[in-house]
Structures are given as structure tokens and as C-alpha cells.
Design a protein around this ligand. Structure first.
Ligand SMILES: Cc1ncc(COP(=O)(O)O)c(C=O)c1O
Length: 360
């Protein structure tokens, strides 16, 4: 009998969105925090052109991509690492810096892949309580144990959509022991860039990593390109466990070209924010509890898990898929990605209809 190793055998597969529309219904997915529009036309053209050289391996050093990232974000080129999605960077950080002798810590309602990455590394996964969907720096500090090796926080957070101010993150870093790696995952960072609270400078300390992705504001989720700013020593360790040639030729070309079109990316963020705020106002008006969001999605809080299950089923019956949040410890919540205007309007109409029927 062929057996997987024990930590794999006991692991559950990462919970992906379940997207199966009923017979005869058009599928509308607002379940994966994808962009509301395709990527910049420059990115599409560059990816198509890259296929002409697809018989060659891609650049294992991502030189063009790093050069332009360095220029835009004013971070040293050699401190940048690129991953096939920021998920890969999360995974290799956990693999390189934690194991069965120690622990990874994250807020209670954090991005569930932090836990999966810890499990893959065999590390214990600890959580710190949040306050009303807001990360608590004090609770994180209290949850640090002598064997804690990594603290993961997403800012803004998924699925909460809330944000940790820069001063609080600096306070967190200062109260963490020096041998604890802080990973700040800014997958939705572009949607909060207007607040001018960049965290990249913290990387110089040598104990902090900041991650970003092309999957959200740049609309390149299908290309699987993430990146991060790493202290050089940490970058060198992480590269040992990363698969070489990890980002396809087309992925690197698309991401590089997307960066040259900052106007398009900013416009995507503006469109998203305007739609998000309109959608949220509509749901608030209808009587839903929808916290303020700094991302390309909103969280819809239902009175209890049973109500969330019923509304989710009612939407699914109509071909509309939001994302239930039991996996992030929020069984009473559904998360809705800010999709295109038609899909959002359908979602708002179905939710309004549901709440009208439910109200006594
Ligand atoms: C907080 C957070 N981090 C990382 C990711 C993964 O992004 P990528 O597509 O770059 O792997 C996501 C995707 O939803 C996310 O929400």
C-alpha cells in the first residue's frame, strides 16, 4: 500500500469555490475576488507575443519584471522575488521558516491559505482573536509563544475587507521578538494605496516581508503572478525551496506590460471602489449588515450561520455564487466580489428579494 506522509494524510484539501450552476441557469461567479474587467490591452498583447518564444524556458530571475517593479515601488531589485501567485510565496515562506518544532500565527479570520501553508510545513497553526472583524495587534502580541516563528497578516484583510493602519503594523513589528518573521500580505494593497501607508520600508529591518499580487488590481489572476519584497538573506533561503522557472513566459510578459499601464490599473481600482460603495449602500438600504471594505469585495454578515446558508442556497439556485466564509471562522458571512455592473445588479436584486421575503 502506498501511503502519503502523515501530515498530508491528515490534511484537508484547500477549499476552493464551488461553482456549479443549476441546469439552464447562467453561472455568475462573485466568489474569487477576481477583477471586474480584463487586464490592460498591453498585457494581453504582450502575453500573446510571448507565445512565439514558448519553446524556451522563462527567465528564472524575472529580470524585466523586477526592474520595473523596483522602479515603480522604489525598492531594490535584488530584494524582489516573484512567485506563481503570491500563494506560492506564502507556501515557500512557511516551508523555509517553520516546521513541526514550531508554530505559525495569524488573526482568527485571516486568509485561510495561511493555515494550509502552515500545515504543508507541518507547523502548528495558532490564531489570535479579532475585534469585530478588525485585527487586534494586542491579541496577536499576547498569542506569541516561545516557538512562534512566523506571523502572517493580510492588509487589507480577506475576507474581512478591513485594514490595519501603518502605525499599528509598526507597533506589531516592534513587539514581536526579533526571531519572528512578520509577513504582511498586501494582495489588495493597490485598493488602499491612496492612503499612502506603504510598508515596504519595514523590509530593511531584516525580519519583515511584504507580498503583493497581479491577481487583483492588475486583473491577471489567470496568469498566476505574485511578488514580494524580502530581506536579502530571507530571499536567498526562500529561493532554495522555490521551483525554478516558476512563472511562465506569458505570465512574466503580461505582468511586465501591465506595470507600464498604471493608468489602466488605477482606473480599475477607481471603477471597483465606485461599484463597491454603490453595492454596499444598496445592501445597507435593504437591511443587510455590510462592514466598510478597503478591497475588491464586501463581506455580508447574516444574523447566524443558518441564515447565511439559506441565502447562499437561494443565490446558488439562481446561478449566483458568493463565497461562504466558514473556512475563515465566519460561518454567518458571505463574501461578494465586486464584479461587473450587470452581475452586481443581479446580486443586489436577488439579495433584496431574499431579505424582503425573510422579513416578518
Ligand atoms: C489575502 C490574499 N493573499 C493572497 C492571495 C493569493 O493571490 P494569488 O492569486 O497571487 O496567489 C489571495 C487571493 O485571493 C488573498 O486574498
Amino acid at each position: 500500500m502506498i501511503r502519503s506522509v502523515s501530515h498530508v494524510a491528515t490534511m484537508s484539501p484547500y477549499a476552493l469555490a464551488q461553482l456549479n450552476a443549476p441546469e439552464g441557469k447562467l453561472l455568475i461567479s462573485l466568489a474569487q475576488n477576481e477583477s471586474l474587467r480584463p487586464p490592460s490591452p498591453y498585457a494581453i498583447k504582450a502575453a500573446a507575443k510571448a507565445l512565439e518564444e514558448a519553446h524556451l524556458y522563462p527567465d528564472p530571475e524575472w529580470k524585466k519584471l523586477r526592474a520595473i517593479l523596483s522602479d515603480i515601488h522604489k525598492v531594490p531589485e535584488e530584494s524582489i522575488l516573484c512567485g506563481s501567485g503570491s500563494m506560492q510565496l506564502i507556501r515557500v515562506l512557511a516551508q523555509a521558516y517553520s516546521d513541526e518544532q514550531n508554530a505559525v500565527l495569524a488573526p482568527a479570520h485571516a486568509y485561510p491559505f495561511f493555515q494550509t501553508a502552515a500545515q504543508m510545513a507541518r507547523a502548528r497553526f495558532d490564531i489570535a482573536a479579532e475585534e469585530n472583524g478588525q485585527v487586534s495587534i494586542d491579541a496577536l502580541a499576547r498569542a506569541i509563544r516561545p516557538d512562534t516563528r512566523i506571523v502572517f497578516v493580510a492588509n487589507p484583510g480577506n475576507p474581512t475587507g478591513t485594514r490595519i493602519p501603518r502605525a499599528e503594523l509598526v507597533r506589531l513589528r516592534e513587539c514581536l521578538p526579533q526571531d519572528v518573521l512578520l509577513v504582511i500580505d498586501e494582495a489588495y494593497g493597490e485598493f488602499a494605496d491612496h492612503l499612502s501607508e506603504s510598508m515596504f520600508d519595514l523590509v530593511q529591518r531584516g525580519d519583515t516581508v511584504v507580498l503583493r499580487t497581479f491577481s487583483k488590481a492588475y486583473g491577471l489572476a489567470g496568469m498566476r503572478v505574485g511578488w514580494g519584497v524580502f530581506p536579502c538573506k530571507i530571499a536567498a533561503e526562500v529561493r532554495k525551496v522555490m521551483t525554478p522557472n516558476n512563472i511562465s513566459l506569458a505570465g512574466q510578459a503580461a505582468a511586465t506590460a501591465a506595470l507600464t499601464d498604471q493608468t489602466y490599473m488605477r482606473q480599475t481600482c477607481d471603477l471597483t471602489v465606485a461599484s463597491r460603495d454603490g453595492f454596499r449602500d444598496r445592501l445597507l438600504e435593504a437591511g443587510f449588515d455590510v462592514p466598510e471594505s478597503y478591497t475588491n469585495f464586501v463581506l455580508i454578515r447574516m444574523p447566524n450561520a443558518e441564515a447565511a446558508r439559506r441565502v447562499d442556497q437561494a443565490l446558488r439556485d439562481n446561478g449566483l455564487f458568493l463565497r461562504p466564509q466558514g473556512g475563515a471562522g465566519l460561518g454567518n458571512c458571505l463574501r461578494a466580489t465586486i464584479g461587473n455592473t450587470n452581475d452586481l445588479d443581479t446580486a443586489a436584486r436577488l439579495l433584496e428579494r431574499w431579505i424582503r421575503k425573510e422579513k416578518p
